[in-house]
Ligand binder design. Sequence first.
Ligand SMILES: C[S@@+](CC[C@H](N)C(=O)[O-])C[C@H]1O[C@@H](n2cnc3c(N)ncnc32)[C@H](O)[C@@H]1O
Length: 263
Amino acid sequence: MVLMALTSRGRVVEENSDVMLYLDEKRKYMVKARRGSKLHTHRGYVDMDSVVGASYGSRVKSNVGVDFVVLQPTLWDYVLKVARRTQVIYPKDMALMVFRLGLTSGMRVVEAGTGSGALTCALAYFVKPGVVYSYEINPKFQEVARRNIERAGLMDYVVLKLKDITQGIDEEDVDAVVLDMAAPWLVVEHAYQALKGGGFFASFSPTINQVEKTVLALRRRGFVDVRVYELLLREIKVEEGAVRPFTLMIGHTGYVTFARKSL
Ligand SMILES: C[S@@+](CC[C@H](N)C(=O)[O-])C[C@H]1O[C@@H](n2cnc3c(N)ncnc32)[C@H](O)[C@@H]1O
């Protein structure tokens, strides 16, 4: 049952939907709202019978009287909680991609590699009822990704392909080609062939050496508006009279390269 995931926006928790039970700033639990099941935590267990039918935003109590707030999971929660077999792209970098690519409903996007499917979920969420054609060379990763995408309720908008994208892209006239793989520069020519005029190339790379090779290949092929960004996201710790960034942060994820196809 994948219906009640990111595509459903009700006011109360429906049976078999995913729900986020929020305990405090450090702990929240994403669980299936199944009658007869329990969520066990160090603050007692929550009987899921009390969660099914509860209004979002309301509180349910564990068996020892501790409150949990009932929240509807968002795309952010799904991509952070996917089962991981590979590195995944963080929401901050996904957000930049989605906005810069202008992703919107009905678009057709090619992606590689699928990895754990975290980015696939984000792409599918924004293009639905369009489609994401996602290439992957490792069948084990592809299976993990399939389960993650199904859990998010987005599989209807994704075509998973077991294929090396450096050997070519089957689709034509796509709106964007989005890469998160070791050698994106090997895909520049295929991306050019697959994109519609003005279409976007985007690539996430952890090292600047990959970026250099990719940008040079893009320029050689005549792509325009070639830009590279790095995003740093700092969370702020707010205590009265002592507001400051947290000491620890994710210092590096990767660089995001964008370019557009010129005819
Ligand atoms: C870092 S992971 C991608 C993670 C993914 N973006 C996510 O958010 O879950 C890179 C993936 O690219 C795949 N890959 C590497 N080269 C590829 C190629 N030539 N064609 C298709 N997939 C490839 C790898 O097997 C790996 O699963």
